[in-house]
Design a binder for this molecule. Structure first.
Ligand code: ATP
Ligand code: MG
Length: 710
């Protein structure tokens, strides 16, 4: 160890820590002197050093000194960022690029080493300094040599060449690793989506949802886009993680995968328990800090696959991350099948900007044919067969890839393409499987399939007791998978095929059985929705309508306006299928929600239909219609029409609400004396009606708030 003054141990605070030392040597000055002259040279050298220093600084390193043509810097002191050696190597590469840009005739060579150093009073000591210095001297111009310690910490990030000299092992940095090509075929189409995602990334939009049905090519699209962006400059760090749950998963596991990739030596502080289920600010801070601080060195894109399956604990963490993402160089790409409203709401509630969305539609058939022909390029396949294959894959590239590899495999065993009977192949595969399922197991699976793509274990137990063997069989054959107590079909097409095989009458029976069992035994947040669905499917319209309306009301009470509108639309459909009696009352409710949601065109259409079916003899119905129509007129600012409407209502003097609305319309028009007059009338009527104490208060409040200033 070099030079540690003995007394300093007592007098000055000393610190031992892991750090990375970088030496960079500028060469080629001698040749320049003849062309530039000594004064310009000094200026020029200074400028070069300024560039080097700033590169080191940007990468969180500290320049310790300039020795002639050399710069010596330390990473990990005075503050460690947890990825110090990575920053050192990265800045080394940037220095090489920068000096090349400044002038052709000059160059740099660098040595980098990682090890323990002693720091005291701004000075640094340790054998690693000599190692870095020696490596720098050894490295030819334009190259970086690193020691074994530094290599071990960075081998995942850089391609290196191993070198050996007198039994001493060290490494030459070749390049920064790029994303590995994972796919055999070329990525086709998606030009508009590519431009959109690229622009969002360049604009530094932090939150991006990429959606599309299973297998449509979401993952591939994200990877290819980032790859293309990175092609020239390798500007972004790109990391992926997946939220597809496996049973044994530990909380924070998908997030730790990212953090460990950024900081191989990440360990949570003592006292922080990553296995604990509880929300923990400390954990969030440490994981979040690891991600954000790494993104300072190089902007980071995190690709979060299957985010619709995110667990509660991870979602809370992402809420934290989103809340703090402003001004950070981190972009989150959430990949999902469809946008989950609750996830969207959770994240949007803390986001400082609107979450951006890119929805991937199915690929055009011509593109799919191109993909198939590329995947089958080794076999001679006609255009017709290619078409058949794509049709068979149902517009799904994932299926298409699987089919093509199946065909290639068959082909290699000597079976020709025509013999494979491709259009029926999928159906065949599934039906073959279904044919071999024992009957009692098939009954359970059919019930599960009719129930939905996913069924909760307790519901299935109630509908079909003793289903253990069936589930075991289905799990073993990869027909279903389990996930937090749910049972889900692995392949949605298989589920469809299973449903297709059940005769209509039996299907109805199963729906009825599901509905009646659920009604008796199961409760849950969306039980009314399920009951409505199954009762409707077995044409029991009366209970279907009953539960459908309950579901709609629940959505309305929860202020989930769009869901409530959808639920009333569903209810409307059901009532039309039966006697249609409820149409008017459902429309009245839907039109109110459409007004709230600002969906003017639909609101107008509903009002039109209501006008047709309102019973002119029935005062209550007329009154409800009047309020709905008035609400519409007010919201499109047609005040004169609204006044005509309210004023023309024959029973105006009996309805507090009508007077109150009328007063408010006058107010909006600025006719204040009319307002006071009408509201006073409303107030008097409310008092007289006596029971409407609430109305009285409300109107008084309006009067006071609007006119106290006058
Ligand atoms: N535009 C495309 N050009 C070529 N191949 C494609 C294209 N889109 C998708 N593929 C291929 O289709 C397969 C499925 O794609 P990918 O895994 O990206 O789908 P996904 O939507 O992410 O699926 P999941 O819903 O399971 O996450 C891959 O083999 C991919 O290479
Ligand atoms: Mg995917």
């Amino acid at each position: 160890m070099t030079n540690i003054p003995f007394f300093s141990i007592i007098l000055i605070v000393r610190e031992k820590r892991l750090a990375t030392i970088l030496y960079a040597d500028l060469t080629g000055f001698t040749e320049l002197t003849s062309t530039l002259g000594p004064e310009r040279i000094a200026e020029f050298v200074n400028e070069c050093f300024r560039t080097l220093d700033s590169i080191i600084h940007i990468h969180d390193g500290t320049v310790l000194r300039h020795e002639g043509d050399r710069v010596m810097a330390i990473f990990g002191f005075p503050k460690s960022h947890g990825y110090d050696s990575y920053s050192a190597v990265l800045s080394g590469l940037r220095i090489l690029e920068a000096t090349k840009e400044i002038t052709q005739s000059m160059g740099t060579h660098l040595g980098i080493a990682t090890g323990e150093v002693i720091c005291e009073d701004g000075n640094v000591y340790g054998p690693v300094i000599d190692t870095a210095s020696l490596l720098e001297e050894k490295a030819p111009v334009g190259e970086i040599f690193i020691d074994k310690n530094c290599y071990e910490l960075n081998k995942n990030f850089f391609d290196c060449e191993r070198l050996l000299e007198n039994n001493n092992e060290f490494y030459k940095i070749l390049t920064e690793k790029k994303i590995k090509r994972q796919y055999e075929n070329q990525f086709l189409d998606r030009k508009d989506e590519f431009t959109k995602l690229r622009d969002l990334i360049f604009r530094s939009e932090k939150l991006i949802f990429v959606t599309g049905e299973p297998g449509v090519g979401k993952t591939r699209f994200v990877i290819d886009t980032v790859e293309k962006i990175n092609q020239d400059s390798n500007r972004y760090n790109f990391l992926q993680t997946s939220f597809l749950t496996t049973k044994s998963r530990q909380s924070y596991e998908p997030i730790l995968k990212i953090v460990r990739a950024l900081k191989p030596d990440f360990k949570p502080d003592s006292g922080v328990d990553l296995v604990s289920e509880a929300y923990n600010v400390k954990i969030h801070n440490q994981l979040g800090e690891a991600i954000f601080s790494a993104s300072k060195i190089k902007p980071l894109i995190l690709h979060l696959q299957y985010f619709d399956r995110v667990d509660k604990i991870s979602l809370k963490f992402f809420k934290f991350l989103v809340n703090n993402i402003e001004n950070r160089n981190t972009i989150l790409i959430f990949e999902m099948h469809e946008i989950s409203k609750s996830i969207l709401d959770t994240l949007q509630s803390v986001a400082k900007s609107t979450i951006q969305t890119i929805a991937l539609p199915q690929l055009e058939q011509t593109i799919q044919i191109k993909i198939a022909s590329e995947l089958l390029s080794e076999i001679d396949v006609s255009e017709t067969v290619l078409k058949q294959i794509t049709r068979c894959a149902g517009g799904n590239p994932l299926f298409l890839s699987e089919l093509c590899s199946y065909i290639t495999q068959m082909h290699s065993t000597g079976i020709t393409v025509d013999q494979i009977k491709i259009p029926y192949r999928l159906k065949e595969m599934f039906n073959h499987l279904i044919d071999h399922i024992p009957q009692d197991i098939l009954t359970t699976l059919s019930t599960a399939a009719i129930y939905g793509y996913k069924v909760e274990r307790n519901s299935l137990d109630a509908i079909i007791p003793d289903n253990n063997d069936a589930i075991k069989y289905a799990l073993a054959n990869r027909i279903v998978e389990t996930n937090d107590g749910d049972i889900a079909f692995v392949n949605p097409f298989f589920r469809d095929e299973l449903c297709n095989r059940i005769p209509e009458s039996l299907k109805k029976e199963i729906h009825r059985r599901i509905a009646t069992t659920l009604r008796e035994h199961i409760s849950g947040p969306d039980i009314d929705k399920k009951l409505a669905y199954h009762f409707r499917a077995c044409t029991d319209y009366e209970p279907a309508l009953h539960y459908g309306l309950r579901w709609a009301k629940k959505m309305k009470d929860m202020h989930a306006t769009d869901s409530a509108i959808a639920a009333y639309t569903e209810a409307l459909d059901i009532t039309k299928k039966s006697d249609g009696k409820a149409e008017r009352s459902i429309l009245v409710k839907r039109v109110e929600l459409l007004n709230l949601a600002g969906r003017k065109e639909e609101e107008k259409a509903d009002l039109g239909r209501l006008a047709e079916i309102v019973n002119q003899e029935n005062e209550e119905e007329l009154y409800e219609f009047l309020l709905a129509k008035g609400r519409y007129l007010e919201s499109v600012c047609e005040y004169d029409e609204a006044i005509k409407l309210y004023d023309g209502y024959p029973d105006k003097e009996k309805r507090v609400k009508v007077l109150e609305r009328l007063g408010m319309v006058y107010y909006c028009k600025g006719q204040f004396s009319k307002t006071i007059e009408t509201l006073a009338q409303a107030l008097a009527l409310a008092r007289k009606n006596y029971r409407s104490l609430k109305d009285t208060r409300a109107i008084s409040t309006i009067l006071i708030s609007k006119f106290s200033k006058l």
